[in-house]
Design a protein. Structure first.
Length: 198
């Protein structure tokens, strides 16, 4: 897992105000001390965002290992011995899509594509139809686009932990908004359309 960008938030760390005081809604900028570097060749201290990103990336690579790619024989046997289901998911409609978008928080952080919920809400009808076509094609073909699997990783300082220790940060993965919408639509269809299998 390689973070494409990291943002650090914690209220217990020294802060400074933004230079622009004309906007009272702006929050104070959080200042974080440098962290010891574990890169090769080593950098004494990671101070810039780029250096810290490299340190976090190396740390997460060591902590999170990919799963074994070999399928479980028992699961494979059950899947192949089960007769194929004749039931298929109904295509999503414009109302389904708009309902899923409506239930998403408009100010949630974005994924790597920087597309926000508010952007999708403001799309004209042609844009909604284009997204609907993409999501229906995903379920019809049974293929989840690779771009919808990519996440932006943000490192959050754990409460009461040492901000100079790389292990004091918790990774948060932010998926694209379209991926979240597709998850909601699929859950709704599976729950309401398909009869339970025994």
């Amino acid at each position: 897992m390689t973070p494409s960008q990291h943002t650090l938030h914690h209220s217990g760390v020294r802060t400074k105000p933004y230079g622009d005081r004309s906007n009272p809604e702006k929050k104070p900028q959080t200042l974080y001390p440098p962290i010891p570097s574990n890169t090769n060749p080593p950098i004494p201290w990671a101070k810039s965002d780029t250096e810290k990103t490299s340190v976090f990336a190396r740390h997460l690579t060591e902590v999170y290992k990919p799963h074994d790619a070999m399928p479980d024989p028992e699961i494979t046997r059950k899947l192949t011995s089960r007769p194929p289901s004749s039931e298929t998911l109904r295509p999503f409609t414009t109302g389904d899509l708009q309902g899923a978008v409506k239930h998403l928080h408009p100010r949630k952080a974005t994924g790597p594509d920087q597309i926000t919920t508010l952007m999708i809400r403001k799309l004209p009808q042609e844009g909604i139809k284009a997204i609907l076509h993409l999501l229906n094609a995903t379920t019809r073909l049974g293929y989840w686009p690779r771009s919808l699997k990519r996440a932006r990783v943000i490192m959050i300082l754990k409460p009461g932990k040492d901000p100079t220790d790389v292990t004091s940060y918790r990774p948060i993965s932010l998926l694209p908004v379209l991926s979240k919408i597709l998850e909601k639509l699929l859950l709704s269809r599976i729950t309401n359309d398909l009869s339970p299998q025994t």
